[in-house]
Write a protein that binds this ligand. Structure first.
Ligand code: FAD
Ligand code: DHB
Length: 391
């Protein structure tokens, strides 16, 4: 098999890249190890930055998002039983975010790709990228038990943190930066209307809690739990009681309960692989970087990477210049490190480490009080949350 761009992974990065290339008249083949059903059900991100929303619309993939997505103009910070709303449009010159689940973004992009795009091969596992430093990179893959090779002009590794693409970068040419956190998120989906019309990020002595949503009738909630926690350790009653404690306010706000339909634990890490390119192999999304989910940045970064790659390839075709392709890694990394910084700040601001000292607790409260009382500090948060511009 032969194509211009071989794409490994059909998460948001790989699927959107295939769509952007198709719209530019560039052919691609997407290889995805899992089946379609699995990819469409995997519960993950929920928040799309303004820039991501614009990209999906321009790519012709925004129709259902515009119908069913929920525009959010702010978030609530909750601490010491107090509530503080951050008003995004007022602080950023009109920007907002969209609540539209990653599962839905993937479903929309898969349907479009199967109808109008090039091959999207599920249950096809990439085994290795070969010849990344030549003009003819190849992806070795296995499909229905048979090994085969995809010959490409470019390979983009969109295969997430556990993928194979990154391994094709020689260790001596790469540098990685990593931090793991001593806690994770227990996430639930519940069939109950969200108890607040915007997201609530709560810091509590017992740990962080987040109220989010998937639709007007489905809530998505998260609890900080110790790293390594098994979701089954938590009974439904125990989860609701803990959420109630952490979201408690001094006023009459109440958390509505409902049947829990899904439960899982996500570990938290920060990770960056530099550079994001080796020869004709480009890394995009979680394959190159991970952020802890507190700032809602992971999917949005993945979108930024593939937009940057698609633009660079179109530039190459139109002008013959490799400049933007050569600049790919540096361009993406500027934005990646801003998101790393913001995600780290949000995580340390809102979580309580198991070994936190009273001094650190007071500092976190002081940081929250500062955001609640200074327009400059609040604007900093609002700008970062609604999104950094593409480089
Ligand atoms: P992935 O979605 O991981 O996709 C990679 C794909 O590659 C997968 O389909 C995988 O099966 C496939 N693959 C792997 N190896 C191979 C192989 N060898 N061959 C073929 N295919 C392969 N981000 C946000 O922006 N906002 C949020 O609100 C947010 N909340 C989150 C909440 C949680 C609980 C979690 C876990 C994450 C959250 N994120 C959020 C992060 C976001 O989900 C990820 O950053 C995003 O999925 C990255 O997309 P991706 O396409 O790079 O990688
Ligand atoms: C969701 C996830 C996040 O990481 C976040 O910061 C906000 C919302 C969500 O899954 O809805």
């Amino acid at each position: 098999m032969r194509t211009t761009v071989g794409i490994i992974g059909a998460g948001p990065a790989g699927l959107l890249l295939a769509r952007l290339l198709r719209n530019a008249g560039i052919d691609s083949v997407v290889l995805e190890s899992r089946d379609r059903d699995y990819v469409e059900r995997r519960q993950r991100a929920g928040i799309l930055e303004q820039g991501t929303v614009d990209v999906l619309r321009e790519a012709g993939a925004g129709e259902r998002m515009d119908r069913e997505g929920l525009r959010h103009d702010g978030i609530e910070l909750r601490f010491d039983k107090k509530r503080h709303r951050v008003d995004f449009p007022a602080l950023t010159g009109g920007r907002s975010v969209m609540v539209y689940a990653q599962t839905e973004v993937c479903k929309d992009l898969i349907a479009l790709q199967l109808k109008e795009g090039g091959p999207l091969l599920f249950e096809t596992e990439a085994l290795a990228v070969e010849g990344a430093d030549t003009d003819r990179p190849r992806v070795r893959f296995r499909r229905e038990g048979v090994e085969d090779v995809l010959e490409c002009e470019y390979v983009v590794g969109c295969d997430g943190f556990w993928g194979v693409a990154r391994k094709a970068v020689p260790a001596g040419l790469a540098r990685t930066f990593e931090r793991t956190y001593p806690f994770g998120w227990l996430g639930i989906l519940a069939d109950v209307a969200p108890s607040h019309d915007e997201l609530v990020y709560a810091r509590h002595d017992r740990g962080f809690a987040l109220l989010s949503m998937r639709s007007p009738s489905v809530s998505r909630l998260y609890l900080q739990v110790p790293a390594g926690t098994d979701a089954e350790q938590w009974g439904d009653e125990e989860i609701w009681a803990e959420l109630e404690r952490r979201f408690e306010t001094a006023d009459d706000w109440r958390l509505e309960r409902g049947p829990i339909t899904q439960k899982s634990v996500t570990p938290m890490r920060s990770y960056v692989h530099e550079p994001m390119r080796h020869g004709r192999l480009y890394l995009a999304g979680d394959a190159a970087h991970i952020v802890p989910p507190t700032g809602a940045k992971g999917l949005n970064l993945a979108v930024g990477d593939v937009v940057t790659f698609a633009r660079a390839l179109v530039h190459r075709r139109e002008t013959g210049s490799e400049d933007l392709l050569d600049a790919y890694s540096a361009t993406c990394l500027r934005r990646v490190w801003q998101a790393e910084r913001f995600s780290y700040d949000m995580t340390t601001l809102l979580h309580r480490a198991p070994d936190a000292t009273p001094f650190e607790d007071r500092l976190a409260t002081a940081r929250l009080e500062r955001i609640a009382s200074s327009r400059a500090a609040e604007t900093d948060l609002a700008e970062a949350y609604t999104g950094f511009p593409l480089g």
